[in-house]
Design a protein. Sequence first.
Length: 194
Amino acid sequence: MRTAPTTYPVSDLIRQRWSPRSFTSQQVNPEDLNRVFEAASWASSAMNEQPWRYIYADQSDPEAFNRLLECLVPANQVWAKHAPVLILSLVKTHYDNGHLNPSALHDVGAANATLTLEATALGLSVHAMGGFDRDRTREQFELPANFEPVAFLALGYAGPAEQLDEPLRSRENAPRQRKPLSEFVFTHQLPVAV
């Protein structure tokens, strides 16, 4: 387990969450998959709109899995093809009355984070990816105009870094680190040079 070295004490669930590129071949049981989607459903959202949508496939359906995989950039396909489950998160960009929902992307991010924490609680890992072809994704899944792809998620049980080729193996083994709070938390206003 790659536990984060935090400066201040935070929940073990947050410290244990990380984004592996190496996954075991162990499949995710449907009950656990339903649990992570249930967790996503309870994320906060503006006006309780719940603008997130998910399309997923697991390795038991190679055709559906490959439809998702082929939308990723080649660098992500190399490792994500071994994940037991691939998930596409989508956002409904407008309210039913036609007005833009300016909080929609935030809300999908909250749902993805909640999904990820539930996965962590179940001993699973999630690796979110922004590296995908948006046009191809729109075409592949015939997305309506008011839906946008946000991120892909690889989900499964973390595997050993030794399964990966370089440079991914080194990145998998690199120390976990974050910017200090002083670089992104400010009182009253942002400094001039941010």
